[in-house]
Design a protein around this ligand. Sequence first.
Ligand code: F0G
Length: 358
Amino acid sequence: AHVWRGVLREYADRLGVTDASTVVTLGEGGTPLLPAPALSRLTGTDVWVKFEGMNPTGSFKDRGMTVAVSRAIEHGAKAVICASTGNTSASAAAYAAHAGITAAVLVPEGKIAMGKLSQAVAHNGRLIQVRGNFDDCLEIARELADHYPVHLVNSVNPDRIDGQKTAAYEVVEQLGDAPDFHFIPVGNAGNYTAYTRGYREEAEAGVSTRVPRMFGFQAEGSAPLVRGEVVKNPETVASAIRIGNPASWELALEARDATDGWFGAIDDTRILAAQKLLAGEVGIFVEPASAISVAGLLDRVEAGIVPQGARVVLTVTGHGLKDPQWALRNADGSDVQPTVVDAETSEVASVLDLAPVE
Ligand code: F0G
């Protein structure tokens, strides 16, 4: 049996890692690519789900953070800094803790999911809540990194993209080739850019025969790439991608054009319905931002853009346990009411509509 050693060691040749390199790893990468029979039946396509919630801190950020923190240490950094909608802060704090350095994390006040907030605190991150949105946080983080001894680990740091492109390598290995279409959530568009780069490298190296059409999705109230302009006050239940001014805007447009790709917007109702569908009928629980990949597939199939039988991969970026409140809410906004019974077998049987076996 092969023991997974994290992306820096598994892809050492591709990431320029030698015996002399610093490697800060929590064993990230090597995530499952799972068939989704219920989605395949529903759409008439061949659907596979890259479950990035299986990374050590529960999101895809770990693939980039292992590279960014390792290289920060090689540069002599004693502290890293990031702006975050939650997942980057959880990941930065965990990798910094492992490396024995400090992570300062700037998050929009009251706008990040509880699971992510607790991770940043648990890993001893220097958590600072900013009265502003993510875009304000990123501006401050960049200025701090320019003028103070702190190393920026947002995806504007190319080391992050370098690590995150390994997910595309894995998909090609897991399927034996690249898919026809790839569906992915978009916030800063760093991950969209990273997958495109990974797929292109695989095709150039002759490992795969194609680069998939890259389809990225933003929430309706936070869709600057779709609208073609900055969104001043982005809103959505998918707090991870509540971003109005994507850092990798230009790279993303280039990646879209090079892959015959697409950026689409999905409203919150459809995001939450997709989350429920994936959890309830495929068995994969993801946070709302991640479910937009599923909603995007349904949207594009309905529009007649994805041909029957096409092979599609959906990246689901973060675990559902990070932001569980939405699963406990009904479509009409009311709370899910769990059934409560007395401690009697017959009562439970009755609630479950079970008749005794003769
Ligand atoms: N999905 C999740 C769960 C995320 O946390 C993010 C970004 C994205 C998708 C979008 O990725 O920015 O590369 O386009 N989260 C960042 C953060 C902004 O701070 O955790 P992107």
